[in-house]
Design a protein around this ligand. Structure first.
Ligand code: C2E
Ligand code: CA
Ligand code: CA
Ligand code: CA
Length: 275
């Protein structure tokens, strides 16, 4: 409460008040946007580092806001989690993305991000099965990315979810690898198919010897565990070359393409070689 008068404590500074009001408005807008499916999938290319062929796309959510412009996922995903909207938001986005992916060449995969809280939702596997059935996307073409932070909460629940997702026939990737903790145990005991090496390590490879060593170790680890390795955040040909030499399988980053809308994908598909 904000009271006037010299002797009263001002709990909110004026700018904080503005911030709070802005958050309340953003929350209201997000509820509406989720209900009306306003948040849309964009897609970023995934490329075979050895051959340069396009192998799939990662879906990255974008919120076109009438007055704020394109709101980035780093802003609205945490908000959706707080508001309990993440399940509905993800389901809407995945339905749209899976439908779009059915019109891509069949060799191409679709990667979607799951929020850590979703792994604790017992309804998740059923919801994803329903999306696959509805859209007709072959389950093996769908890849679900989860971060290590999804595994620090209720590990038993996360394990059960991942197991059920695996039974559906979808692929599982551990995202932002190296930024969380106890990752090695998770790699060994959970049914992951892929490791995505965090952008921070990849970007550092050009001028930081330690980053290079870490990436090299992770690629080696992935290979010896029989996992596909993916490097994200590749911005230069130099880094792509280093990763190729290390034997990293798949690359993603501005060098190969930024996230683009479904319409622009059609253009990309008419130009890119697909294996
Ligand atoms: P992420 O899953 O690690 O996705 C990769 C992020 O790196 C994306 O940011 C992508 O645009 C950016 N990126 C890709 N290549 C490059 C590059 O070469 N250089 C640089 N500087 N950046 C690059 P974006 O789209 O802003 O997404 C941020 C995060 O938001 C994602 O990180 C993911 O954790 C989350 N997110 C996005 N869409 C969804 C969604 O539908 N559901 C959930 N739960 N999370 C999502
Ligand atoms: Ca991701
Ligand atoms: Ca990532
Ligand atoms: Ca990230």
């Amino acid at each position: 409460a904000k009271l006037d008068g010299r002797r009263c404590v001002r709990i909110f500074e004026p700018e904080m008040d503005v911030e709070m009001r802005s958050r309340v408005l953003l929350e209201r807008d997000l509820r509406q946007a989720v209900a009306q499916d306003v948040v849309v999938p964009h897609y970023q290319p995934l490329v075979d580092l050895r051959t340069g062929a396009l192998v799939g796309f990662e879906m990255l959510a974008r919120w076109p806001h009438p007055t704020r412009g394109m709101v980035p996922p780093d802003v609205f995903i945490p908000l959706a989690e707080d508001l309990g909207l993440i399940g509905a938001l993800t389901e809407g986005l995945m339905r749209q993305a899976c439908r779009e992916a059915t019109s891509w060449p069949h060799a191409l995969t679709l990667a979607c991000n799951l929020s850590p809280v979703q792994l604790c939702d017992p309804g998740l596997p059923g919801a994803i099965r329903a999306v696959l059935n509805e859209t007709g996307l072959l389950p093996s073409r769908l890849e679900l990315e989860v971060t290590e932070s999804a595994l620090v909460g209720d590990l038993a629940l996360a394990r059960a979810s991942l197991g059920q997702l695996k039974v559906l026939g979808v692929r599982l990737a551990i995202d932002d690898f190296g930024t969380g903790y106890s990752s090695l145990r998770h790699l060994q005991s959970l049914p992951f198919d892929k490791i995505k090496i965090d952008r921070g390590f990849v970007a550092g490879m050009a001028d930081n010897i330690d980053s290079g060593k870490i990436v090299s170790a992770v690629v080696g680890l992935g290979r010896s565990l029989g996992l596909v390795t993916v490097a994200e955040g590749i911005e230069t040909e130099t880094i792509a070359g280093l990763l190729r030499d290390l034997g990293c399988d798949i690359g993603q980053g501005w060098l190969f393409g930024r996230p683009v809308s479904a319409d622009q994908i059609v253009t990309i598909l008419s130009e890119e070689p697909v294996e």
